[in-house]
Design a protein. Structure first.
Length: 133
């Protein structure tokens, strides 16, 4: 099959396709240190900095008055009630996703929807926050 370089149907970003079980396997392997080890794992989860030394912020303050910073691994990182939480979102063609991970709780939650521009952080944050209360 020849690839024209034009995406005319919904596919995974970069033509990566997976399901909920694949996401769980990835989260398990990442949290267990099976994917990255040593300084590579440390760097992956480290908050990024800009060339002027300031944090690479991922967006505005959230309702808890915390402004997340981008990590070198592409996640947004916040510290809430002593727990470090990593999150990332994405979407294409009406599908959206948000994943959140709390390593010290060995907990990852990912929501996938086909509701167009729905903000999945609402669903994911509610599930992630439950064990922290």
């Amino acid at each position: 099959m020849r690839h024209s370089g034009i995406c005319d149907r919904p596919t995974g970003a970069g033509f990566l396709v997976g399901d909920a079980a694949d996401l769980q396997n990835w989260d398990d392997a990442l949290l267990a240190g099976k994917v990255l080890r040593g300084e590579w794992r440390t760097l992956y989860f480290a908050p990024g900095t800009l060339s002027n030394g300031s944090p690479a912020y991922a967006g505005p303050e959230n309702p808890m008055k915390v402004r997340p910073a981008y990590c070198y691994g592409g996640f947004a990182r916040i510290v809430l009630d002593g727990h470090t939480i990593y999150g990332a979102n994405g979407g294409t063609f009406g599908f959206t996703t948000f994943t959140g991970t709390i390593p010290d709780q060995h907990l990852s939650v990912t929501t996938l929807t086909n509701l167009g521009e729905f903000d999945n952080r609402i669903l994911t944050s509610a599930v992630l926050g439950a064990p922290l209360k």
